[in-house]
Design a protein around this ligand. Sequence first.
Ligand code: SF4
Length: 346
Amino acid sequence: MSNKKINIRDLSIDDIDNIIISLEEKAFRSKQIIDWIWNKGIDSFDKMKNIPAKILNNLKENYCINQIKIIQHQKSTDGTEKFLFESVDNFFFEGVLIKSKNRITACISTQIGCALACKFCESGKNGFERNLSIGEIFDQILLMNKQCVENNTKISNIVIMGMGEPLLNYDNVINFINHITSKYSYGFSPARITLSTVGIVPQIKKIADNNLKINMAISLHTVNNNKRNLIMPINKKYNLEQLKEAIKYYYKKTGNRITYEYLMLKNINDSLSDAIALAEFTKISPCKINIIEYNEVSDCLYKQAEKEKLNIFYEYLFSKNLIVNIRKSKGTDINAACGQLAKKNK
Ligand code: SF4
């Protein structure tokens, strides 16, 4: 690898188009390059058999092909698989494959560490290192899908919910989505992609303006500002009133139903009055609520809510005709469940 060369896997579709324009070559050449680099996942420019020498020489001169690698692969007793990846500059991050009856969902990371320090989350414990590049986000899908293909399956859904806040790495995440949904790459349906955010208000509006057609999930966890300030410090910057406005804007622009993620924490947000307040909050637009069982992480203040309280909470929301699911934790035995992905060393 040459340090002076740019990793081609970190380029956007527009960047590839611009290379071809600058070389005064035909537009279809950029589609061919996208097919080789992002669909076939090649590791050497010499494998690009249908690309003329003039383009190939330019690519070899200015770009390299770097790829993250899998350095650990763990399997849970429930079928969940966790992958520890290493970047070219020796950072470590994780991705997870979650299997259910008719789908294989890949949960991917967008940052190394996280600056937002939600109190219930392992990922935010040791601070923020850096954003993942377009290629590093894409490679998680590429490598995990290779494992699936070996077992005659493939990834059917993507959740951008691993380590990091995706909307704080906006450009790389959007360019990743553009690549993965491109028909010259994976041709993945945006309807099968869900981006989860704690509620970065300006970027939620930007997603709405860009009309990306992906699903949006908000990690809500409580609709009380005082409680949310305590468990999610980002609420001090973008409070629930601002978040409400952004959700209304998003719905008006896209017509898409929002999903709310609600992590149930014992004696924090698990009372009937919390459920009543949540039902009131969610009246702003059509929605789905996922109640998530909390996975206790090391040295954490919080405990899993009691089953009885969780059921009362669920029944209340259900009685209000809300679409509500209880999400069972998967992969807890390998620390692959929600909030358990951590920035770690080998
Ligand atoms: S929940 Fe998400 S935003 Fe909060 S600390 Fe964890 S990774 Fe960061």
